[in-house]
Structure formats: structure tokens, C-alpha cells
Write a protein that binds this ligand. Structure first.
Ligand code: BGC
Length: 553
């Protein structure tokens, strides 16, 4: 009997071991890639499209974008979308995530006037994807707000929740018969926090006291209204599911004494956007809510800078997701500031609210961007934090990617980054029991990288922006990803891509003398420029120099 038990035990452990070490993904795991309308479409004023805040930002203040670049033409996917579908199909993508340009469908943003050319554009794209066996995953909003709505206050005006709801209903009416996976508003934390604290994104407004919090509340309400409409009016007729793609960082406590501040930073950066939707009780994370009251009263305000929810609003927002959408790129270490120490801006350098200082993990990797320091372990830790905080949600990685600087085709560093993030996802599924069901590479092809213009590239496919034909060419990473998808494993056969070289990257540990890869200098200088434009040339040069310095390492 005893030996029978021993045999059973042995067999069980071998099976467990094999499962834990297997580099296969669950058979139903899905792989895709993403883009967004302003970043790839071009045709900014063609066929009746209205103006959005990125159109006006790049035209009125071209100096705010690296190389004075714009999305006027970018990869011209408005005309070349068939090539993009072909690329997606050749890679064997299970799904393609793209976003709808609000003003291409509704030129002013308001739904009383519709642009038929825009309706046809997205309809054709969806049909071709379906014909190619690729699931269209549609984001309703990826940062390109109608100018008219910005003139009325944009995401700081509470009426935007209804405007967004009206827009969403119309888009569902148009495409919900064919689109089964919807995402509402891309990365509220980047829009509200990075947007308003740095002014680096359109509309370029800097107001870091109230705007980030008002924006957060209005986005949550807008998302919730769109979800409720979908749930009530479309789900039964056409099926499908809907969520919101949140961007999150992992904050690693620098020492055991910094655990509390790290947890608070998680609540400020992620909990603020997720707790109202994904927690059982809804509303703001309780500790964050009371901290913000305390800070606000101390500052002499009579109410919290984090606007309160009514019970009705809490209930409207709670539970409005069918899965958890997660965009992950980078992590930071965090520690409490010493008395008198200067705290950088939220949320890549520090937290004035938490009096905390951030840095990058010593064993992560530099990339071409000072923002995107690569720390794949952070993804696994973040996934576990989400499960601990909100329970067993299905998690879809809606974005993850790696920036390079130039036109390099042999992107071994990107392959390494993809492979390491996917490995962390596997471990998360198999060892931590987190229900991750899909992974999305940012991006299908090189595109307009916001204030970095075309100086940073994320594409599995390279796009030669200087070629009038905007030639698309496969990078080595696209071949690697094709094999990952085809064989459903990280152990891809040797002939998938030329493996004669491998990644060459530096960590903070290996280059301790390199300046801390932060955006604080560029951002605070940028702020000065915004207020005092005389030093603009000096600042832009400094910014370019910093980007190059980090990129070349
Ligand atoms: C955004 C993309 C962006 C990417 C790389 C994500 O946060 O959703 O639009 O291009 O990061 O910066």
C-alpha cells in the first residue's frame, strides 16, 4: 500500500513538474498585435474626417514633437489597410486590436452628423479581418478626442461621460454584429496622470492638482455608461464582451521598510482606476480615499481633490468589465523620500502625494526610451497583485512592447523582451494560477509614437517613413512571434529566425555611472518651456540628447 502511494506520488510530481516547466501556452491562449487610429491611419483631413486634439496639437505646436513629426500621413493605413491585414494574416495573429477615430465617424464628436466614408472604412477593415480568420478587437477611444469636445473642457467636463456613451452606442450599432471584443478607453492613467502632469500629450494642458483626479472620475463614468449600454442593448442580440485597457506599472519596494509606500503607489497608479470597477465593494481604494482627504484638507481645501462618488455612481461603475485588460511596459522601485529630498513628478520619477522617490530596478534593461525600462518580472508580480486585490478575473494583456530607435531589422533585443515577458506570463499562469488568456504585442508595425514622433519604433514590422510607398518589412521579431503562435510555445524551432546573434542589453547594475534613466529632467524642463518659450531650443536639444544617450546604451 505504502509503495503504491509512493508510486502515485512520484507520478503526480513528475506530471506537476512537467506542467510547471512546459514552455507551451494553454491550447486556447490567444496571440495578437495592436495599433491605434491616430498612430497609423494618416489621412487626417480626408473624406470628411473632423479634427481631433492630436491633429491640432501637432499642427499648432509642432515643436512639441520629436523631429516636428505628425500623424498627418504616418503609416497611411487609411489607404494601406489591406497590406496591414495581410501582415497580420501572414504572422498568424489570432486577433488584431485597432482603435476607431471618433472624428472619422462623427466629425464634431457629436452623433448628429455621421461620416459615411468613415463608416465604410472600419466596416471594410472588420470584414477583411474576419475573412482572414483574424478577430477584430476594437478600442473605442485611443486618445484622439474631437477638438470641439476639448474646447468644451474635454475629459475635465462631466458631460463627456454622456457624449462618450452616445458615441459608443452608435459604434455598437454599426459594428457589434461582427465585433465580439470591445475595449472602451485606452489607458486612463496615461491620459489623466502623464497627460496633465507633463503636458507631453495632447491637448498639452499642465495642471497636476485637480485635473488628473477629475479626469479619472469622468473616464470611469464614461466607461461605465458605455459598458451598461453594451450590456443592455447589444450583448443579447450579438454576444461579445467588453472591458477597459488599464496601463499599470509594478512598484517594487526598495527595502522592506518601503512596502507600505509601494502598496500606496500601486493604489494611486492602478487601484484608483481599477478598484471602482473590479473590486467587490466598488468606489475608490479606501486607504487612498482617506489619504487624499487628509492631503487636501492639509492644503487648505474644503473637499478632497479626488472627487467623491455618489452611491449611485459607485454602483454604476462597479462590475463593468467582462475581463481585465492590462497594458504593461515597465516598473519602478520606490522608497520614502528623506527629509528635504526633491521629489520628481508622478508617476515615473516620484510621487509628491506620497513623498516618495522612484528609480528603475537594478536588474532590468535599458531600452531606446528613458521611460520604457524593461523589467519582465514586474509583469508577473503585477498579475499576482491584481489577483490578490480583485480576485480571479480573466486577464487579457492588451499591450506589451519594446522600443528601438532606428530602422533595424534584426531586433534581437525586442525578441528577448517579448520572450522574457511571455515567460513571466507562463509562470504566472502555471505557478501562480493567474488566469491570463491572451497577449497583445504593441505594435503590429512602426507608427507615430506620440511626442517621440518616429524616433522610437515598436513595430514587429518596420515602416520606412521616408519611402513614399511607406514600405513595410518584417523584422526578425515578427518571424519569432509567428513561430510562437504557430507552435504555441516559447521553444521555437531554430529555423524560425536567424539566431546567429543574440540580444545585447545593459542593466542599471552593469552601467552604474549612466545617469538615472528618467524623464524628470526633460519633463520639468519641458514645463519651464511651456511657461517660458524663450528657452525652447535649449530644452529640445537637451531632450534629444538624453534620448540618444539612453538609446545608444
Ligand atoms: C499606448 C500606445 C503607445 C505605447 C508605447 C501605450 O501606452 O497605448 O499608444 O504607442 O504605449 O508608448
Amino acid at each position: 500500500m505504502c509503495s503504491f502511494k509512493a508510486v502515485v506520488f512520484l507520478v503526480m510530481s513528475v506530471i506537476l513538474q512537467m506542467t510547471a516547466c512546459s514552455s507551451n501556452f494553454p491550447p486556447e491562449f490567444k496571440f495578437g498585435a495592436a495599433t491605434s487610429s491616430y498612430q497609423i491611419e494618416g489621412a487626417w483631413d480626408e473624406d470628411g474626417k473632423g479634427e481631433n486634439i492630436w491633429d491640432s496639437f501637432v499642427h499648432r505646436q509642432p515643436w512639441r514633437i520629436d523631429g516636428n513629426a505628425s500623424g498627418d500621413i504616418t503609416t497611411d493605413s487609411y489607404h494601406r489597410w489591406k497590406e496591414d491585414v495581410k501582415i497580420a494574416s501572414e504572422m498568424g495573429l489570432h486577433f488584431y486590436r485597432f482603435s476607431i477615430s471618433w472624428t472619422r465617424l462623427f466629425p464634431t464628436g457629436f452623433t448628429n452628423e455621421i461620416n459615411e466614408a468613415g463608416v465604410k472604412y472600419y466596416s471594410d477593415l472588420i470584414d477583411h479581418l474576419l475573412e482572414a480568420g483574424i478577430e477584430p478587437v476594437v478600442t473605442l477611444y485611443h486618445w484622439d478626442l474631437p477638438v470641439k469636445m476639448q474646447d468644451l473642457g474635454g475629459w475635465a467636463n462631466p458631460l463627456i461621460a454622456d457624449w462618450f456613451a452616445d458615441y459608443s452606442r452608435k459604434v455598437f450599432e454599426l459594428y457589434a454584429d461582427r465585433v465580439k471584443t470591445w475595449l472602451t478607453i485606452n489607458e486612463p492613467s496615461i491620459m489623466c496622470d502623464i497627460g496633465y502632469t507633463t503636458g507631453l500629450l495632447a491637448p498639452g494642458i499642465i495642471e497636476d492638482q485637480f485635473a488628473p483626479y477629475i479626469c479619472t472620475k469622468n473616464i470611469l463614468l464614461a466607461h461605465a455608461k458605455a459598458y451598461r449600454i453594451f450590456d443592455k442593448e447589444f450583448r443579447q442580440i450579438s454576444g461579445g464582451r467588453i472591458s477597459i485597457p488599464n496601463q499599470s506599472l509594478w512598484f517594487e519596494p526598495l527595502t522592506p521598510d518601503d512596502e507600505d509606500v509601494a502598496e500606496m503607489a500601486m493604489e494611486l497608479a492602478t487601484g484608483r482606476f481599477c478598484h471602482p470597477i473590479f473590486s467587490k465593494e466598488g468606489g475608490w481604494p479606501p486607504k487612498l480615499e482617506s489619504l487624499m482627504w487628509k492631503i487636501s484638507l492639509k492644503e487648505g481645501h474644503t473637499r478632497s481633490r479626488l472627487p467623491t462618488f455618489t452611491e449611485e455612481e459607485k454602483n454604476l461603475i462597479r462590475g463593468t468589465a467582462d475581463f481585465f485588460g492590462l497594458n504593461y511596459y515597465t516598473s519602478r522601485t520606490i522608497r520614502q523620500a528623506k527629509p528635504g529630498e526633491k521629489v520628481g513628478p508622478w508617476f515615473l520619477e516620484g510621487s509628491p502625494e506620497l513623498n516618495a522617490i522612484m528609480d528603475v530596478p537594478a536588474d532590468g534593461y535599458y531600452s531606446a526610451s528613458p521611460i520604457f525600462y524593461i523589467y519582465p518580472e514586474g509583469l508577473r508580480k503585477l498579475l499576482s497583485w491584481i489577483k490578490r486585490s480583485y480576485g480571479d478575473w480573466e486577464i487579457v494583456i492588451t499591450e506589451n512592447g519594446y522600443p528601438t530607435t532606428g530602422l533595424e531589422i534584426n531586433d534581437y533585443n525586442r525578441i528577448a523582451a517579448l520572450q522574457e515577458h511571455l515567460e513571466q506570463i507562463q509562470r504566472s499562469i502555471m505557478e501562480d494560477g493567474v488566469n491570463v488568456t491572451a497577449y497583445t504585442v504593441w505594435s503590429l508595425l512602426d507608427n507615430f509614437e506620440w511626442s517621440s514622433g518616429f524616433s522610437q519604433r515598436f513595430g514587429l514590422y518596420q515602416v520606412d517613413i521616408n519611402d513614399p510607398e511607406l514600405k513595410r518589412s518584417p523584422r526578425l521579431s515578427s518571424k519569432y512571434y509567428t513561430c510562437v503562435i504557430k507552435y504555441n510555445t516559447l521553444d521555437v524551432p531554430c529555423n524560425c529566425f536567424n539566431q546567429s546573434e543574440s540580444a545585447a542589453r545593459a542593466t542599471r547594475q552593469s552601467l552604474p555611472n549612466l545617469p538615472k534613466p528618467n524623464v524628470v529632467e526633460s519633463v520639468s524642463f519641458f514645463k519651464e518651456v511651456y511657461e517660458n518659450r524663450r528657452c525652447i531650443v535649449k530644452v529640445m536639444r537637451l531632450f534629444a540628447k538624453m534620448m540618444k544617450l539612453v538609446g545608444s546604451n
